[in-house]
Structure formats: C-alpha cells, structure tokens
Design a protein around this ligand. Sequence first.
Ligand SMILES: Cc1ncc(C[n+]2csc(CCOP(=O)(O)OP(=O)(O)O)c2C)c(N)n1
Ligand code: SF4
Ligand SMILES: [Mg+2]
Length: 411
Amino acid sequence: METAEKILTNAKMPFCPGCGHGVCVRSVSKSLELLGYGPKDVALVSDIGCSGLVDPLFATHTIHGLHGRAPALGVGVALGLNDPNKKVVVIQGDGGATIGLQHILEAARRNIDMTLVVINNLLYGMTGGQMSGLSTNEFKAYKHSDDDAEPYDVVNLAHQSGAAFSVRVNDISNFTNILKEAISTPGFSLVELSSLCTSHGMKKISEMEDFMVAEETFKNKRPVGVSLIRDTCSLLDNFKVLEPRFISTIKDSIGVVIAGSAGGGIQSAATMLAQAGMLSGLHATMKGEYPITVGTGFSVAEVILSKKPINFTGLEKPNVVIAVTDDGWNKVKNRISENSKVYVDEKISTDNLFETKEFLKVGGKKGAILCAIAHWIKESEVFPLEALLKVVEDSKYATALQNAIKSADEL
Ligand SMILES: Cc1ncc(C[n+]2csc(CCOP(=O)(O)OP(=O)(O)O)c2C)c(N)n1
Ligand code: SF4
Ligand SMILES: [Mg+2]
C-alpha cells in the first residue's frame, strides 16, 4: 500500500553536489511511503553532522539531537509512543554512531521498536573529513592517517547486543528494499548505508568500493521490548478534551508572547490562556522558556491561538507581546515588530516607545500576568473573559486567580 501523503517536503537537499546522503534520505522516505506510513505516523530523530541536516526535508515529526545521542532520543520517543502503527526512525552518521555507540547497544539490548539508519561515509563530513571509528584501515591509509586500530563493525555489534535485524548495504539499488524490511521488522533494526562524501572522500562510488566493509545481514528472533513500552504512560493518553462553550472572533491565528520573572506564574498563565482559547473553539499551543536555574531570572511563554490546526509551533513574529517585569521584557523586546501589539507594566522602562499599564500594582506580583492577559482579552475581544474565568474555576487557587483576572477592571 502506498500512502498519498509524501514523507518528504519540497525543501532543497542541503548537501554538496554528488553527496550520497540525498540517496539515503530519498530511500528512507520511499520505503516509509511504500509501507503506507504518512507524515504524521513517523517520528524522525536526527543527529549532528551533514547527515543531521535532514529535519527540514521530512514532513514528519522531527527531533534534532546532540552528536551520537539521537538513538537515545529515539528510544525515549518509541517507549512513549506506545502505538504499533507509528514508526520511529533515527538517522545518524558514522561519526555519531562512534561517539554514541553505547546508545545503539542499549537500544539493541532492549530490542526497542525503532529503526536506526547509520549513513556511513567513512568520515566526519561536516567538520572537514576527520576519521571516525567506522573508517576502515584501507581508507585511513589512503587519507594518510597513521591510526591502524580496527574499525567498529556496528552492524555486528548491534546483532551481538540483541537487535532484531541489523544489516550493511553498499549497493544503492537495494537501499529501499532493505529499509522496508528493517522498518517492518518489530523491534530494533539497524541499517548501515554506504554514502559518498564528494567533498572529503571520493568523487565516485566506484572509487569508494575499495574502502567499504563487505555487506552483512544478521537477525535475532526476540520479543520486542514490550514490557517497558506497556509500563510507560504515553503523553497522548492523558489528553484533556475541552469542549468549546464560548465563541472566538479570531479568524486566522494569533501568536502571543508572555514575559515576566520566575515565580510570577508566567507558564501557568500561558497554559490558562491556551485553555481559554480551546474553550472558545480554537486550537492552541503553548511553549515555555526559562533558565536552568528555574527559581530566578526570566520566564517566557509563547501561545498560538488558531482557527485551523497548528502544524508548526514556532512563533517568529508575535502579534501580541505582554511583559510584566524587566527580566521578561529584556528577553522579548527584540522580537517586537511593527505589527505587534505591546502591553508592558509601568515599572518597565521602554523609553516612552510603548504605553504602559499598572499590571503589577493592581494584580500583585503573582497576579500581574493574568491581569495583563485579561486586559488584552477585554481590549481585543478575541473571546469572552468568561472563558479565562472558567479555566481557573476548578483550581485550588481559584479565588486568587479570579481576583487577578478581575483586577484588570481597575486599570
Ligand atoms: C556533541 C558534539 N560533538 C562534536 C560536534 C562537532 N561535530 C559536528 S559534525 C561532526 C562530524 C559529523 O560526522 P558524522 O556523524 O559522520 O556525520 P556526517 O557529517 O559525516 O554526515 C562533529 C564531530 C558536535 N557538533 N557536537
Ligand atoms: S561535506 Fe561530504 S557529507 Fe557533507 S554534504 Fe558535503 S559531500 Fe555530503
Ligand atoms: Mg560521516
């Protein structure tokens, strides 16, 4: 069965002319399509390197990890997914496979249900052609490296660790078929694909053949890491459905940036705003940002409210910016554009560029942000303020939250 939806976007391949990575990416997408997977069925995890430039090429869910750590991220996603109709595919280079080898062995040992594609160009492509732990001795000699330590055989190592399927493919005409077999094998599969680095390796695949390791295929008949999967609660299991009961005037979508300081309830207020939007029939996303030292410094949140489903949660040019402290303002002021509506507390110095309001004075330290959000809702009439009041109704701090919202009347 072939799905109508394409796994790849129309984005231009970012690789040098003749680079083998493009063939590998196309083979991965083709095999997924031939198996009937659509973009929303696949989580693609990428590593660092030229082989890690693939995120914009895939229309699927994508996550970009640290060098060598993408398989560990993939394990986390696979265990959290808990859905046999979804597929986790991890792509990394031979450098990444060397640097994070333990993560591969661990995924194989537990036979986690995912496919790891190791794109092996025998070198660190992105950083200029240094040798990796998978570079063969013939290739190292050719590159005048005096390192004669034997390379890792990552395919065999994965097999020895318990992978359901591990295979090395050098012949590009077999990439798609082998990938199909790997992706449809329950449990952990590893596919090492040979790839040409035209900038730091060879110009032609025929020249590279002398330096490749022979193809090999291994299988282990083992149960998938089911017990772990079943014991892990899926993020999707606990979705709270908010039935719309208010009407919004938003026709398209609005991006709101909310900024303040640690302890000011910024993240909770942003969640409440998103929920109020959902109660008004909108789709909503919320993302938070704050320093690792969570008890101090700025706290910023982004909320998108949209009539249509939100497929991309990035917010480059916010329509609304609300800031109640200097910490928050300093973090977000550079994101303001001529189309942004700006709401700032009177204690913040904006060099008289923006009108200020007494959010902190009337809402208090903890209530200022809800006061400011309520003020924006009232002024813009995006939806009734009752939607926000409804959200806080069941909170154990309901009275304080309602008072903060209602304090906007005093502005
Ligand atoms: C954690 C970490 N270590 C090292 C680097 C530097 N670095 C970036 S790309 C790269 C080499 C990538 O080689 P490979 O994984 O084989 O991918 P390729 O570029 O060949 O596709 C290195 C060492 C990094 N960005 N992050
Ligand atoms: S440097 Fe090598 S691996 Fe990277 S894109 Fe160019 S040819 Fe491909
Ligand atoms: Mg490489």
